[in-house]
Design a protein around this ligand. Structure first.
Ligand code: GUN
Length: 295
């Protein structure tokens, strides 16, 4: 059997960022508006620092204003909520996100609910989640949105496909299941307590791994020809003691069986940031009552 086709998330994300950049310039020329993004980082988690830096860099590259905030790791919940209120009230800020995970002292749900839902470019606020359930109107969570774009460029017709999602997080698994349902796939959500996981996965035409366990998904779990998206980003040590990034999928095994697969890195990851920029552009247009461009 031939090897799976690589789904190039880096390339698709670059294309989306280019379109967002063009639309951002048009918005400036037509209305004098420049979308502003405030990414908030609490503490010094190394992975979160990298994510925030990437978000800032790409926001600037597409012509947006960056109003990121870096806050001390021991900041109180009350102080963080006050900062979110200030960002809500600032008209030059169109998109706000607070990088997760937060410390145990701070309740992430309370922080998210404090955000103006119109500025919640992560799409995590209950207003946006209810829009996701209804199927229209809100801001859509970035990683699930990016996964759907990758699927739509890989599969000509999603109708009736069996989609299996591994992982039930609020950030990826649960919202992604809603988007897959809206696209007329038959969705199974699995998680760490699911029985017969390999058997369920073998029934998947589309398998999306977001469970946070390095190389969990093996070749014999895969239906020949299936499309596999790997959302996992796990830092592990190699035999020679070096740090490396791997996904939730055992790539070397699965690439031999699947029809198409995303690599880690360079698959889903870049799409998350590109979709965040798209959401910031959409949020800016909606807040200012100007037409949202077709992307
Ligand atoms: N942590 C991991 N993924 C995300 C994300 O998409 N948004 C935020 N705010 N935090 C995250």
């Amino acid at each position: 059997m031939s090897k799976a086709r690589l789904i190039d998330g880096k390339k698709l994300a670059a294309k989306l960022r280019k379109t967002v950049g063009t639309q951002t310039l048009t918005l400036k020329k037509a209305y004098g508006l420049v979308p502003g993004l405030a990414a908030v980082l609490v503490g010094e988690d190394p992975a979160s620092q990298i994510y925030i830096r990437n978000k800032e860099t790409h926001a600037r590259e597409v012509g947006m204003n960056n109003f990121s905030r870096r806050l001390a790791k021991n900041i109180s919940e009350a102080k963080l909520l006050k900062i979110v209120s200030e960002l809500n009230a600032d008209p030059v800020i169109n998109g706000i996100l607070v990088q997760q995970p937060l410390s145990k002292k701070i309740d992430a749900f309370t922080v998210i609910e404090k955000m103006d839902p119109a500025k919640d470019v992560d799409g995590f606020h209950s207003f946006n989640l209810s829009a996701l359930f209804r199927g229209s109107g809100g801001l859509v969570p970035c990683t699930p949105k990016g996964c759907m774009m990758l699927l739509e460029t890989t599969i000509s017709d999603l109708n009736g496909a069996n989609a299996v999602v591994l992982g039930r997080s609020n950030i990826v698994g649960k919202p992604l299941a809603q988007l897959l349902l809206a696209a007329n796939t038959t969705v199974t959500i699995t998680h760490s307590h699911t029985c017969n996981l390999p058997e369920i996965c073998r029934n998947a035409d589309i398998l999306i791994a977001a469970i946070g366990q390095p190389k969990l998904i093996k070749g014999h779990w895969i239906k020949p020809g299936a499309v596999v998206l790997d959302v996992g980003i796990n830092r592990i040590k190699t035999k020679d003691g070096e740090q490396t990034l791997v996904g939730d999928v055992d790539f070397d095994e699965v690439v031999e069986i699947a029809g198409a697969i995303t690599p880690v890195p360079g698959g889903v990851g870049p799409m998350t940031i590109a979709c965040l920029l798209e959401n910031t552009l959409i949020a800016c247009c909606r807040q200012n009552g100007v037409p949202v461009p077709e992307i």
